[in-house]
Design a protein around this ligand. Sequence first.
Ligand code: SF4
Length: 226
Amino acid sequence: MVLASAEGGRPPSPPEELERLHARVRACTLCGLHATRTQAVPGSGRVPAEVMIVGEAPGFNEDVKGLPFVGPAGRLLDTLLRQIGLSREEVYITNVLKCRPPQNRDPLPHEAEACLPYLRLQFKLVQPKAVLVLGRHALERMLPGVGPISRVHGQIFVRSGVAFMPCYHPAAALHNAALLDDLQKDFDRVREYLDQLLRGEPAAAEPAPPTTDPEPPPEAEQLSLI
Ligand code: SF4
């Protein structure tokens, strides 16, 4: 997937490229979800950005408004960001899937596979130092094989110099208050990591614990982000 050059031969700026990419997502018909969506939800925020946040898929509110994380889970995300000194305007937020699955069902592998090139392009434009991976579905797609979210949340997985940090999805914490404390601690860990980077002291990735999980399926291997 290649984005067109700007008019007059000038290379497009990252924000221009992002806006063109968003337009392509809004017109996308690559998988069956285009037929049931109200509108696609490409993402929101700035490029480049130190922090990129990736969830699973748009829900009801996002499908109506065309923006990611605008329902109750989005309000919790805003609060968590505020508590670590970040605002929605300072980060880039998107989902693995850009269109809402009917009745918020789980994304299907072929839908995620069709949509992943958009996420890869967003990642290249955002150039994040840290990627918050929200929820088990985003984790399975972006860090296949590292283990379940219940075990790896709050850990740092460095891939090509970028820190990927799995966290529980805010929607899960809204349904299970016991997860909220973990979520807040994980966001504190994000702040610590960014502070270390600002001081020129990159934090070492935490070693992933030994896993007894089965090998990820071949399609999961193909879907990793970088
Ligand atoms: Fe296109 Fe992704 Fe929407 Fe499917 S989910 S129609 S691949 S934008």
